[in-house]
Design a protein around this ligand. Structure first.
Ligand code: ADP
Length: 184
């Protein structure tokens, strides 16, 4: 499977697993969080616009994200497949992704969800200490996840695309479980 979405709450280890899975699948890992942090660090107009939003733990608006993701998925390397990390995070984003892939004559093949209990997530995020990892912001990001992103998981589950994996185990075990879920 070469067109895959990786879902999971903040602190679930998505970034780490995305890199590993992408390498195994031979597709680029596309992390919208990293793209936005890169834009912010480079001080681009996009970066300046989203920096404050990210620091508060809020979501960047769906239209901005649609532009970012469409442009990335149209690049050559992503035409053969991709592992999306951090997108879609809302139902409108899930619809946008479908429209982008439709226009390319392809479709999503699998969605894998990394599940981790909330207290573990808070503990992990606090020890990571990115600038958007303060206690208050973590709770905000978790609440945004529950409100906006969990419905996306439910939507994919309903379509029979979702496979959930236990993320509260050693990194290698999580990778193995994700690969098994993807039939590797
Ligand atoms: P997390 O640790 O929550 O997985 P990410 O690195 O994926 O964090 O994203 C960091 C921040 O970037 C988010 O809190 C949000 O502000 C912004 N962001 C990333 N992806 C999206 C998206 N698909 N829609 C809206 N905002 C996003």
């Amino acid at each position: 499977m070469k067109r895959v979405v990786l879902l999971g709450p903040p602190g679930s280890g998505k970034g780490t697993q995305a890199e590993r899975l992408a390498r195994k699948l031979g597709v680029p890992a596309i992390s919208t969080g990293e793209m936005l942090r890169g834009a912010a660090a480079a001080g681009t107009p996009l970066g300046k616009r989203v920096e404050g939003i990210m620091l508060q733990g809020h979501l960047v608006d769906d239209q901005t994200m649609a532009d970012v993701v469409r442009e990335r998925l149209e690049q050559d390397d992503a035409r053969q497949g991709f592992l999306l990390d951090g997108y879609p995070r809302t139902m409108p984003q899930a619809e946008t992704l479908e429209a982008i892939l439709d226009a390319q004559g392809t479709r999503l093949e699998a969605v894998v969800l990394i599940e981790v209990p909330e207290p573990v997530l808070v503990e992990r995020a606090l020890s990571r200490r990115r600038p958007d990892d303060t206690d208050e912001v973590i709770r905000e990001r978790l609440s945004v996840y529950g409100k906006d992103t969990e419905p996306v998981a439910g939507y994919y589950r309903g379509r029979g695309l979702l496979q959930a994996v236990d993320g509260d185990q050693p990194i290698d075990r999580v990778t193995a479980a994700l690969l098994a879920a993807l039939g590797k």
